[in-house]
Structures are given as structure tokens and as C-alpha cells.
Ligand binder design. Sequence first.
Ligand SMILES: C[S@@+](CC[C@H](N)C(=O)[O-])C[C@H]1O[C@@H](n2cnc3c(N)ncnc32)[C@H](O)[C@@H]1O
Length: 316
Amino acid sequence: MDQTHESPSHHVPVLRDEVVAYLAPAGSGTIVDATYGRGGHALALAAAYPAAWIVGVDRDPEAVASAPRRPRLVVVRGNFADLDRIVARVREEHDELPPIAGVLLDLGVSSPQLDAPERGFSYRTAGPLDMRMGPDAATDAASLVAHADVDELTRIFRRYGEERYARRIAEAVVRARPIHDTAELAAVVAEAVPAAARRSGHPARRVFQALRIAVNEELDALERGLDAAVGLLAPGGRIVVISYHSLEDRIVKRRFAAAAAGCVCPPDLPVCACGRVPELRLVTRRAVRPSPKEVAENPRSRSARLRVAEKLEARP
Ligand SMILES: C[S@@+](CC[C@H](N)C(=O)[O-])C[C@H]1O[C@@H](n2cnc3c(N)ncnc32)[C@H](O)[C@@H]1O
């Protein structure tokens, strides 16, 4: 989600009505909400499709603890990179679970995570350099900021933050060590970039995004999560993904396009040699964006892009 100042303290589900509408074909099966958060989407889906089972997954124990107890709702902690194993475990306990007819991934962090200074996600409030979405993360931001060398920090800021001044900032971070909290880090970044770059949004936005992605290995989790989700879906089932920056959206767009194309042979080969067949049909050709009204009411939705694909019947 966007780290805007006008933040609500609770989580407002982004593109909620669109998610509910796109998952209508899943209404009598199981819908896996792989990013449960505060359940905004999951509970809207449960209300719209009372016959559906909802399996919620989140890396964050606080998200799981926030889930209400109700019939046909199961919420478990886990990384959606392991979605196939997580769902298999849920099925062991609930053998009545209908086939997986929908999967939702609403990526990034939730408002309660962003707004809690002690989680360390925000460059606007002082907090520890944590940024772990859950206890399963292999490292935290403090460790990267304290120990990564200039090359490693440059790579993180450039690759995951698409930060133009990556090396300058990395050098400034290494010079300024020890850096004790998010406010100190934000100040070091602001000092390191040219004055002109300070005028277009908060100068630390991209660096914080980059560290968060690195700490949580978010792009790797997304690649694995998409593969697992496509594998889990029953024919006719739908996958809905909401991403919040171009790195995520590019991965989703390419994965969907590759699965919809099937054959990966070079175009000059007269007959297909790879034998791959399309697995998905694209339901949205272009990413769906929030309306101006939604962005006005919830500024954190402004960078959202939603894509939907449908699982095809396996060919004999
Ligand atoms: C944008 S919020 C989802 C909000 C939710 N749709 C709602 O309406 O309340 C993203 C959530 O996904 C979780 N998350 C992010 N990456 C994850 C992953 N790889 N595995 C499991 N949960 C993840 C975060 O902890 C966060 O709670």
C-alpha cells in the first residue's frame, strides 16, 4: 500500500467491490485469501457468498489473531510462498473443504502494520528498524542497515526501490552508522539526495520500500505464491492479484501472460516442441485501477493495480 500521510488507522480494503465481483464464480467453492490482513476482503467475500469457505493466510500473527471465529472461515499463519502446503494442512483438518475456486493476493503491508511505529515500516514516525511482516523473515532492516556493504545496499535500493540515487544513499548510510531507528535512517536518506529530489514526495519512500522488500523477500514469495496458487485452482477457478508498485505488477503480468500463452517455443520453430498448453485465460486484459472516488476516500489505494486470470480445463 502507499505510505501516504492521510492514513486511516484501520485497514480499508482496496477495490473491494471489484474483488467480490471477479470472484463471483468462486462463490460456492473455497476462496483462499492469501493476504488476510484485517479481513476486509475476506469478510466481504463471506458476506457476498455465504456458501463459500474462506481460508485466510497471513505471515503476521497479529493479522491471524484479529480473525473472528465463524463457520466456514479458517485463518492460519504462513507465507503464501508455501500456499500449496498451507492449504494441504488446512484440508487435513477440514476434509469437507470444497475445491479451490478462488485465490486473492492483496500484496504489501496493511494499514495497522504501517501505522504501528514499533513495526518499523514507516519513515514518518520513529521506530525500530524492523520491517518484518512476520517472525519467519530471515533478517530485519536493522541487520541490513548495520551490516550490508555499499554494493549490497546499492543493489537493494536500486533493484527494489528503483532509486536513482542508490549508491549515494548507500554510501551515506554506511558513513552514518550506527543508525538507531527509522527516523534517523529517513534523515540520512533525505540528506543524501539532491535538493531537487526532495521536492517530489518523501525522499525516503523508495529506500523504505526497498528494505521492506529485501527483508521479507517479497518478490521471491510472489513468484512462488503465484505458481502455488495457479497449481491449487480448480478448472474455472480465478486468481485475483492487487499490486502496489511496478515491480510486483510486472511479475504478475508476466506470469499471467506466460500461463495464458502456453507454448514457449521460439516463433520461428515450425511446430511446437515444448508441449506446453495454456493454463490460464486472462480475465482482465489491462490492470483495473481504483476510481478517483476511491482514491479520494482512501489515498492509500492510489497505486493499486488489479489483475484477474481464470484456470483453464486441463487438456487430455
Ligand atoms: C495489503 S494487506 C491485506 C489487507 C486485506 N486484504 C484486508 O482487506 O484487510 C497485505 C497483508 O498481506 C500479508 N502478507 C504480505 N506478504 C505475505 C506473504 N508472503 N505471505 C503471507 N502474508 C503476506 C501482510 O502481512 C499483510 O497483512
